[in-house]
Design a protein around this ligand. Structure first.
Ligand code: 13P
Length: 254
């Protein structure tokens, strides 16, 4: 199995004090794991803290969103260059919590993806269907549409060395994770779709699974061929649980 990538998505949690404890916990528990790449995506104000504590460790850091624009009169927005100023190397794009609450369109998400890539940040594109869409059997169509907007605008080669996270909306924060088989089937679909346009890009792409990953279900997800790691919400807020998930990823490397 190739090396896995495990990404913590803290969402809107933490403060200077709790972050320091959590990041020190990560450093202490994860420094011995040499067969997994670990990233933590923090709220914007804590990028400087992440940089201070994580530089010279084996943990990278990033943000949970970025502006689709490069610079200008865009009140409240944060640009790719600003993230780079704080040593960020990854950025989550199009998370369903943003797409629904802040009406992010597929077109906006595509522009953000290209902004990140053009500035040397690794974008983590979130895709996934609702429960109604799964029950109606149209989940592949839904995910294909999310990916195709990027392919049609920028070409499939833009996916080279980037990350897609399959996050079924019904699995996020519900305790009801997709099974290894359900996730593997969608991951294979995503890789094949990109491969049909650009085989090399599809091979270099990492596809993560996100949605109620925990220490108990991590192993059965990470043994799957096309699951290259996980995007972890709730369990990333505990150094102990996050370590157990990273351990599972570390052990799947061979
Ligand atoms: P949970 O792990 O809390 O379900 O969150 C998943 C997620 O949204 C990661 O981006």
């Amino acid at each position: 199995m190739p090396r896995k990538l495990v990404v913590a998505n803290w969402k809107m949690h933490g403060n200077l004090n709790t972050n320091q404890h959590l990041l020190n916990g990560y450093i202490e528990k994860l420094s011995a794991l040499t067969h997994v790449d670990v990233v933590v995506c923090v709220p914007y104000p804590y990028l400087a803290q992440a940089q201070l504590l994580l530089k010279n460790t084996n943990i990278a850091w990033g943000a949970q969103n970025l502006s689709k624009d490069t610079v200008g009169a865009f009140t409240g927005e944060v640009s790719a260059n600003m993230l780079l100023d704080f040593g960020a190397s990854y950025v989550i794009i199009g998370h369903s919590e943003r797409a629904t609450a802040y009406c992010e369109s597929d077109e906006n998400i595509a522009t953000k993806f290209s902004q990140a890539k053009a500035h040397g940040l690794t974008p983590i594109l979130c895709v996934g269907e609702t429960l109604i869409e799964r029950e109606a059997g149209v989940m592949e169509m839904v995910v294909a549409k999310q990916i195709d907007t990027i392919i049609h605008t920028y070409g499939a080669s833009i996916f080279a060395n980037t990350v897609i996270s399959y996050e079924p909306i019904w699995a996020i924060g519900t305790g009801l994770a997709a099974t290894g088989e359900q996730a593997q089937s969608m991951h294979k679909f995503i890789r094949n779709r990109i491969a049909s346009f650009d085989e090399a890009a599809a091979t270099s792409l990492k596809i993560l699974y996100g949605g109620s990953v925990n220490p108990q279900n991590a192993v059965q997800l990470f043994v799957m061929q096309d699951i290259n790691g996980g995007l972890i919400g709730k369990c990333s807020l505990s150094a102990h649980e996050f370590e157990a998930i990273c351990q599972a990823a570390n052990q799947s490397f061979s």
